[in-house]
Design a protein around this ligand. Structure first.
Ligand SMILES: [Zn+2]
Ligand SMILES: [Zn+2]
Length: 348
């Protein structure tokens, strides 16, 4: 039995014929297993969706009540029979509710990781290592140059700047699902207890995190706050808002952006980011390679962007490896990734 007989890579996602489902399909299908709520993985319009409760809730928040024909929530570790396959979800450590999908049939276990990170994040369950025969890994930061370092150190830089410029606002670009809540929680962990201000686009998901027991301290809407109140404050917004008219309400803002891409100085400069914060919800090069090795998989399939270096790394370790050419997975760390990716995608 070859892995390809169980899971077929197609341009719109991997398909398990024996189970009758796709994982994170990029087009509408009859049955989908969804790893997490980011919009390129979790699309509306499927006949049936299996995911964690949090992922289903986040899809409902984003797309409305009728985002799928039917839904089924699975707990982490619970085994569900789909056709001839046994499917279970395991924490991916990426965002709230994110899961790796383990698929077992004919004595083979394949794990589709979705997006993942293997470092601590107080806003979601920690990554769980699942040993397997074939591991499907993302490669968003699949180049040796990407080493994210310590997120607490990045937050210390931010709070140092806040102390240094008490009259300026600090405006941080963050992705709305996951990064926003993680940055707030890191700021709280560092002892900052003043209100944190939110752009309207971040409110509903952040309130949802709170409803699932993630404590984020006092949060206020930017909407309605005066310029004087925003002096010296920390505010979070989608990256695209940093350059919009919206940002002019802040007194002399220090613009910041929290992303793994901020490791590349040219990108920070290009975006006019004064205070780059290297904080990522994806594994870095060391995280990817350590995880691949630890799964014990003899075969690795690589998706998402920078596949080549990771495929090469696997082959030098004697692992079978191939890139999956799935069109449509983006990169939530850059909401406008296409334009920026064109700039220096391979140069780094
Ligand atoms: Zn992704
Ligand atoms: Zn993601």
């Amino acid at each position: 039995m070859r892995p390809e007989d169980i899971l077929v890579p197609t341009p719109s996602g991997v398909c398990c014929k024996r189970g009758g489902f796709f994982v994170d399909p990029t087009r509408a299908v009859d049955k989908a297993v969804i790893t997490h709520g980011h919009s390129d993985h979790a699309r509306a319009g499927h006949g049936a969706v299996l995911a964690t409760q949090e992922t289903l809730d986040l899809m409902r928040l984003r797309y409305g009540e009728n985002f799928a024909g039917t839904t089924q929530a699975a707990r982490y570790g619970e085994t569900i029979k789909l056709g001839e396959a046994r499917v279970s979800l395991h924490p991916a450590g990426h965002v709230l509710g994110s899961a790796q999908v383990a698929i077992e049939t004919s004595g083979l276990r394949i794990v589709a990781s979705g997006d993942y990170k293997n470092i601590a994040d107080p806003t979601c369950a920690p990554f769980e290592l699942v040993r397997c025969d074939v591991f499907i890994t993302e490669a968003t930061f699949g180049l040796p140059v990407f080493r994210h370092g310590d997120p607490d150190g990045e937050i210390a830089k931010l709070l140092h700047s806040v102390a240094l410029f008490p009259e300026r606002a600090h405006l941080i670009g963050v992705y709305s699902l996951g990064k926003a809540q993680r940055v707030i929680s890191l700021i709280r962990k560092a002892g900052y207890d003043r209100p944190v201000y939110l752009h309207g686009a971040l409110e509903s998901i952040t309130r949802y995190y709170e409803s699932r027991g993630i404590a984020l301290g006092e949060l206020r809407a930017v909407r309605g706050a005066g310029k004087a109140e925003l002096a010296g404050a920390i505010a979070l917004c989608p990256p695209s808002a940093l350059k919009e008219l919206w940002s002019r309400r802040f007194p002399d803002p220090v613009t910041s952006f929290a992303s793994g891409w901020m490791r590349v100085r040219a990108r920070a400069r290009q975006r006019g980011v004064e205070l780059p914060l290297v904080i990522s919800d994806h594994a870095d090069w060391d995280g990817l390679t350590a995880t691949i090795a630890a799964t014990g998989a003899a075969e690795v399939w690589v998706t998402h962007g920078q596949e080549d270096a990771l495929v090469h790394w696997c082959m030098t370790r004697g692992l079978k490896a191939r890139p999956l050419d799935i069109v449509g997975y983006g990169d939530e760390e850059l909401e406008d990734s296409a334009s920026v990716r064109d700039g220096d995608g391979k140069a780094s």
